[in-house]
Design a protein around this ligand. Structure first.
Ligand code: URA
Length: 454
C-alpha cells in the first residue's frame, strides 16, 4: 500500500495501467521499490505485470522501468578510460560465440565482465558449457569479478545475488503469470542487467528462425529496436545484429563438445559460420567503442583468433575462474584430445546419410530436442544436466554427400530410441545441389542513429 499521502497506492497504480494510462517515473519507482522491499503483495506484482502485458508501455515507461530495475541492486563502476563491453544473445542451438568472443575482445584491450545464463528448454547456456571444464567456477563475487577484469580482462560468470534483484522477483512472477512474452518486460529485464555491468558498449545478437525464440525477422527486429533504444537511452552504446538461427551454429551441439569447438575457434581453426559470428559481433563492439570501422574491427578480432592472443586470454580466464594450471595449459595447447580433461559420454553413435545428394538443411531445433531428451538440457531451472551429451555434425551445409556415409555422431549415455533416431534423420535434408544457396547468418544490423558502418 502507499507509504505516505503523496504516493499513489499499489491498487491505484495497477488500475492506472489496466485502464491504459501512462505510469510516471515516480509511479515506476514506487512499484520497483515495493518489489524489492517486499512491501507489495505477490498478487499485486502479478496484476501489474498482466496490466503491462495487456496495455504495453511507451518508450519512456520502458526506460524508467529499466533504470529502476538496474538501480535495484549493485552496479559496477570502472575506471573511466576502460572500454567495458559485452554481448547478449537471445539464445540458439550450438551458440558458443561467447567463449571465443570474450577473450578475443580482451586481447583487443577491452574489458569484458560477461554475465551469462544457463540453458533452458532447447537452447544451450554459456555457463553450462563452461562447467564441462573441470574446476571452472561460474560463481564469482562482485569483488572477484573486479579482480579478474583487472588482471585478465574478461570473465564469464553467473548472475550475482546483488545484481538487479528486482529482475529475479519480476522474472519469476512473469513465469508464473504467463507474462514473459512482453516486449517492455523483456527489454527492461535484459537491459537492466547489462546496464548494471557498467558497460561502455553492448552488442545484441537477436536471433530469428526455426530454432530461435522469435521465428520471423519482423518480430526479432521489433525486439532488437526496443533493446537498442533502451540501451542507448541508458547511456550504453548499443547495437544489434539480427542473425539466422535455423541450422545449428558450427558443427557441434551440446556442452563439452561445444567447448571443444570453441577451443578450435580460439586456435584459428573454427568453422566458418562460428568465426564469422565472432568477428562480426566483436567488430561491431569495437566500432561502437569508436576506435574502429566495422571492417577494421572485424579484422582485429580475426587477427586475435589467428595469432593466439585470444587463446592466451582464455587460458588466463580459465585459471582465474578455478581451472588448474595443468588442465588450462593442456586445453589451450596444440593438443586436440580435449576429452583427456572433460568427461566423454559412454557411447558415440554415427547415423548415415540416406541418399546421394547435397546437404540442403539441418534442423537445429529437431536436433536440440533429441539431445535435450538425452540429458543435455533442462526442463526447469536448477535441474542437473549431462555435460557429456552432444552431437558432432560431420557434414557441412551445401556439401555433396553419398548414401551410407556418416553425417552425425551422437554422444550419449542412455540408449537412442527408434523415435529419436528417426527424428534425427528427419533433421537432415538432402537434395539437389542447385537448390542450395549459401547465406550469411547475419541478416541486418540495428544501430543508433544509422552512423557510417565502414
Ligand atoms: N532474457 C532475460 O534476461 N529476460 C527476459 O525477459 C528474456 C530473456
Amino acid at each position: 500500500m502507499s507509504s505516505n499521502d503523496n504516493t499513489i497506492s499499489f491498487p491505484e497504480l495497477i488500475k492506472l495501467k489496466r485502464d491504459g494510462g501512462q505510469l510516471s517515473s515516480e509511479d515506476i519507482h514506487t512499484f520497483v521499490q515495493g518489489v524489492i522491499s517486499e512491501g507489495i503483495q505477490d498478487s499485486q506484482i502479478g496484476a501489474m505485470l498482466m496490466a503491462i502485458w495487456q496495455k504495453n508501455m511507451t518508450d519512456e515507461e520502458t526506460l524508467a522501468l529499466t533504470r529502476e530495475m538496474m538501480n535495484s541492486g549493485h552496479t559496477f563502476e570502472w575506471p573511466k578510460e576502460w572500454l567495458v563491453v559485452d554481448k547478449h544473445s537471445t539464445g540458439g542451438v550450438g551458440d558458443k560465440v561467447s567463449l571465443p568472443l570474450a577473450p578475443a575482445l580482451a586481447a583487443c584491450g577491452c574489458k569484458v565482465p560477461m554475465i551469462s545464463g544457463r540453458g533452458l528448454a532447447h537452447t544451450g547456456g554459456t555457463l553450462d558449457k563452461l562447467e564441462s571444464i573441470p574446476g571452472f567456477n561460474v560463481k564469482q563475487s562482485v569483488q572477484q569479478v573486479k579482480q579478474i577484469i583487472k588482471d585478465v580482462g574478461c570473465c564469464i560468470v553467473g548472475q550475482t545475488e546483488s545484481l538487479v534483484p528486482a529482475d529475479r522477483v519480476l522474472y519469476a512472477t512473469r513465469d508464473a503469470t504467463s507474462t514473459v512474452d512482453c516486449l517492455p518486460l523483456i527489454t527492461s529485464s535484459i537491459i537492466s542487467k547489462k546496464g548494471a555491468e557498467g558497460l561502455s558498449a553492448l552488442v545484441l545478437d537477436v536471433k530469428f528462425g526455426r530454432a530461435a525464440l522469435y521465428k520471423d525477422l519482423d518480430s526479432a527486429r521489433e525486439l532488437a529496436q526496443s533493446l537498442v533504444t533502451a540501451g542507448n537511452r541508458l547511456g550504453v552504446k548499443t547495437g544489434a545484429a539480427l542473425t539466422r538461427m535455423d541450422a545449428p551454429i558450427g558443427q557441434s551441439v551440446g556442452n563439452a563438445v561445444e567447448v571443444c569447438e570453441a577451443l578450435e575457434c580460439l586456435k584459428g581453426r573454427g568453422p566458418d559460420d562460428l568465426t564469422e559470428l565472432v568477428t562480426i559481433l566483436g567488430g561491431h563492439l569495437l566500432w561502437l567503442c569508436g576506435n574502429f570501422t566495422l571492417e577494421s574491427g572485424k579484422k582485429e578480432i580475426a587477427l586475435k583468433l589467428k595469432n593466439g592472443e585470444a587463446l592466451k586470454k582464455f587460458q588466463a580466464m580459465l585459471e582465474a575462474q578455478g581451472v588448474s594450471e595443468d588442465v588450462a595449459r593442456s586445453l589451450c595447447s596444440d593438443e586436440t584430445d580435449y576429452f583427456k580433461h572433460m568427461r566423454r559420454a559412454a557411447h558415440q553413435t554415427e547415423l548415415k546419410v540416406p541418399d546421394d545428394g547435397a546437404v540442403l538443411d539441418i534442423d537445429g531445433l529437431a536436433l536440440a530436442e533429441v539431445l535435450h531428451k538425452l540429458g543435455a538440457g533442462r526442463n526447469k531451472s536448477g535441474e542437473e544436466i549431462d555435460h557429456s551429451v552432444g552431437a558432432e555434425i560431420l557434414v557441412k551445409m551445401g556439401q555433396r554427400v553419398q548414401k551410407g556415409e556418416s553425417w552425425i555422431r551422437i554422444h550419449h549415455n542412455i540408449d537412442l530410441s527408434t523415435d529419436q533416431r528417426s527424428d534425427l534423420q528427419k533433421a537432415l535434408v538432402i537434395g539437389s545441389l542447385d537448390k542450395y544457396k549459401a547465406v550469411s547468418r547475419v541478416a541486418e544490423f540495428i544501430h543508433p542513429n544509422n552512423p557510417k558502418m565502414s
